[in-house]
Design a protein around this ligand. Structure first.
Ligand SMILES: NC(=O)c1ccc[n+]([C@@H]2O[C@H](COP(=O)([O-])OP(=O)(O)OC[C@H]3O[C@@H](n4cnc5c(N)ncnc54)[C@H](O)[C@@H]3O)[C@@H](O)[C@H]2O)c1
Ligand SMILES: [Zn+2]
Length: 344
């Protein structure tokens, strides 16, 4: 299992690793990161300044095999070997993309992640899932490749735009909702991502990934909200009106909860409680709204499907997730129509 270290302890570990690096050191960072955040990172770890630098802009659009190939060519041209130290500083799109690219290069170079978004800290950088988008399907080509170390420093959140902060809050709520009623109640009470709450959520995700590293059992609880969420996200990219991951997951949770209520799994009381908490973070969807049939096209490709059924992680109540629950296309269509109608 990879190490997740907070604040100064994390930077100390990074400084120790870079004191006598065996191979080349590469700092691959999100080009959208404000300049002062790069300076902040140098102040914590001076060796980063002399590393090979590679800035990647508009990362979500670069999460593709062809962009991985460009990096493989660059590394080959620079003689990068397996003893290289690849430090990835950015959001979830960057850790997914570079984690994937490095995992395949010369049979794998484990990276060090410095997540700079809340989604990255509580979710994407934890657990070792890496992926690129392919043929318009989100994260359809990927590999499990845990990072060597994850350095969590909440200072990076200071420059995060509000909407990205909200997306991280949605992922945090998702983990609380699948973990336990107690953690969900605590999350509702605190109402914001405090350092303690962030640490608790990271520990929950680490626990799930350590007991199920291959994602065949309880780790799939984390897919709650993601079946519909990923379909909406992929649809939005296809229509050149991108909806961010966390925002799509927010809608995913709301729609999947309605499905769970119709299946008499989730009580309307719990549904209302969750909707009240998350509705403020569900972004307005621009017109035209997706048609049920166009989302179904993406749902049929979902990695969780088996035996021609669309399968979802639903919840019976906070802390009571059900994985691989088969849901008929008819029910999905009815619920999507109802939601779209309500939004008109
Ligand atoms: N591997 C996993 O388990 C996992 C889990 C959740 C999400 N993901 C993936 O993560 C991606 C979403 O990640 P994300 O929400 O972090 O989005 P992101 O990586 O696209 O970053 C969002 C935006 O924030 C900017 N940014 C990053 N750090 C900043 C900072 N500190 N200050 C100001 N701006 C900053 C970026 O330039 C970008 O414009 C998706 O591709 C999703 O599939 C993966
Ligand atoms: Zn997610």
């Amino acid at each position: 299992m990879h190490q997740v270290k907070f604040s100064q302890i994390g930077w100390n570990i990074l400084n120790a690793k870079l004191k006598t690096p065996t191979g080349a050191v590469w700092l691959i960072y999100d080009g959208g990161l404000p300049k002062h955040m790069l300076q902040y990172a140098y102040a914590q770890c001076a060796k980063l300044k002399s590393a090979h630098h590679l800035a990647i802009e508009t990362v979500e659009l670069k999460k593709t095999i062809s962009e991985s190939q460009k990096i493989w060519r660059l590394w080959l041209a620079n003689g990068v070997q397996r003893d290289a130290c690849i430090i990835v500083m950015g959001g979830g799109a960057l850790t997914d993309f570079i984690g994937f690219t490095a995992a395949l290069y010369k049979r794998g170079i484990p990276c060090i992640y410095i997540p700079t978004t809340l989604v990255g800290m509580v979710d994407a950088a934890i657990g070792g899932k890496t992926a690129v988008n392919f043929c318009g399907i989100k994260n359809s080509i990927g590999v499990l490749a845990p990072p060597k170390v994850v350095v969590i420093d909440l200072f990076f959140l200071k420059s995060l735009p509000k909407n990205h902060y909200h997306q991280g809050w949605v992922e945090l709520c998702k983990t609380a909702l699948i973990h336990s009623e107690q953690l969900w109640k605590t999350t509702l009470r605190i109402g914001q991502p405090t350092p303690n709450l962030i640490q608790r959520i990271i520990r929950c995700k680490l626990l799930l990934t350590s007991i199920d590293p291959n994602d065949t059992g309880p780790r799939q609880h984390l897919n709650y909200g993601h079946t519909i969420g990923h379909a909406l996200e992929a649809w939005s990219h296809q229509h050149k009106k991108p909806i961010a991951h966390g925002a799509a997951v927010c809608w995913g949770i709301l729609v999947e909860n309605e499905i769970a209520v119709r299946l008499k799994l989730l009580s309307p009381k719990h549904q209302t409680q969750i909707s009240n908490a998350l509705m403020p973070y569900a972004p307005k969807l621009s017109r035209p709204l997706p048609k049920a049939e166009s989302l179904l096209k993406f749902l049929r490709h979902d990695k969780k499907n088996a035996a021609q059924h669309i399968r979802m992680t639903l919840i019976k109540a906070p802390g009571k997730p059900l994985t691989g629950y088969p849901v008929s296309e008819k029910l999905i269509t009815d619920v999507l129509k109802q939601v779209c109608h309500a939004l008109r």
